[in-house]
Design a protein around this ligand. Structure first.
Ligand SMILES: Cc1cc2nc3c(=O)[nH]c(=O)nc-3n(C[C@H](O)[C@H](O)[C@H](O)COP(=O)(O)O)c2cc1C
Length: 296
């Protein structure tokens, strides 16, 4: 891969901003509701956002100085005065209203009014929740860390979640959040977003205990395959054990395996056949087929 090398010290801030945002993506979006000292509502999206601890429950977002005039934002000002906010999840159903809330309305103008979203009372903090959002976190701010003084510099706002509300209609089995029902939006670089449902969702089941065999323990002929991809090798490396002789013998008796073994280049045929199993996530069966190549 030919790489573009970037030195932050000599790169124009606008470009650096886009390189970082295009790389650290997709980002979850905190839709942050605050009040000023007179109780006026404010609502704004922040995608420099993530969860950093679940015990205690800590989420962090960053309000940056504007690059245009180096001013700070209303959300930060409100939090400095009140120490409270509500972080609402941004779903596909409200993403265009979220975009309206990102407009730089004059201080004191309520983005609830501008977006048509509904403010409903929180239990433990004063800022309201967004009724249309299926998950709200009522937060008390523990700390604000200033990262710099120039345009683009962030202020990390470290929030402790003191109460959560989750719509029951986004829950699935065992009361866990079902990503398809939740339908969250993520932000990428520039005007790109990702809708986190349907084909965007990939399920990766990986055993953690007992430890898995790892790439280094894969047979040489498998590691050198010109047919298997890095993800295929990752699936094999994530198995807990190499296939047993019985499993390998079982696969060797399958008609399609016999056909592959009778080809002029049985190794290639076996690898192609094994890949069809790996693609269907029948990893153990595919692994056994690949081991036949090792035995020959
Ligand atoms: C999806 C999205 C994510 C954003 N993320 C951030 C962010 O992480 N930090 C930031 O300072 N501004 C971010 N912005 C811009 C702010 O939302 C925008 O400056 C807004 O006017 C700030 O509102 P406030 O002054 O009421 O706090 C984002 C905008 C959008 C649309």
């Amino acid at each position: 891969m030919e790489m573009l090398t970037i030195d932050p010290a000599t790169t124009d801030h606008k470009d650096l901003h886009q390189y970082i945002l295009g790389t650290v993506a997709p980002r979850p979006i905190a839709f942050v509701s605050t009040l000023d000292e007179d109780g006026r509502q404010n609502l704004a999206p922040y995608s420099f956002f993530n969860a950093f601890s679940s015990n205690p429950p800590i989420v962090v977002f960053s309000s940056n100085r504007r690059s245009t005039n180096n001013t700070t934002k209303d959300t930060l000002g409100n939090i400095r005065k009140t120490g409270e906010c509500v972080i609402n999840a941004v779903t596909y159903s409200i993403v265009r209203q979220m975009a309206v809330a990102s407009v730089d309305f004059p201080t004191g103008v309520s983005e609830f009014h501008k977006t048509g979203l509904t403010a409903i009372a929180s239990d433990l903090v004063k800022p309201p929740r967004v009724a249309e959002s299926p998950a709200n976190m009522e937060c008390r701010v523990k700390d604000i860390i200033t990262l710099g003084e120039k345009g683009g510099a962030g202020h990390l706002i470290i929030c402790e979640v003191v109460r959560m509300h989750i719509a029951k209609n986004v829950l699935g089995e065992r009361n866990r959040i079902d990503p398809n029902k939740m339908d969250l939006m993520g932000r990428m670089g520039r005007a790109y977003y990702v809708r986190c449902s349907g084909q965007a969702i990939h399920t990766i089941v990986q055993d953690y205990l007992p430890v898995t065999i790892g790439y280094d323990n894969l047979p040489h002929g498998i590691k050198q395959s010109s047919i298997l991809t890095g993800n295929d090798l990752g699936k094999l490396a994530g198995m807990v054990d190499l296939p047993t002789p019985e499993e390998i013998t079982f696969m060797s008796q399958k008609e399609e395996v016999k056909v592959a073994l009778s080809q002029r280049n049985p190794k290639t045929a076996l690898h192609y056949l094994a890949k069809t199993y790996l693609d269907r996530n029948e990893v153990g069966l595919g692994f056994s087929i690949l081991m036949l190549d090792q035995l020959n």
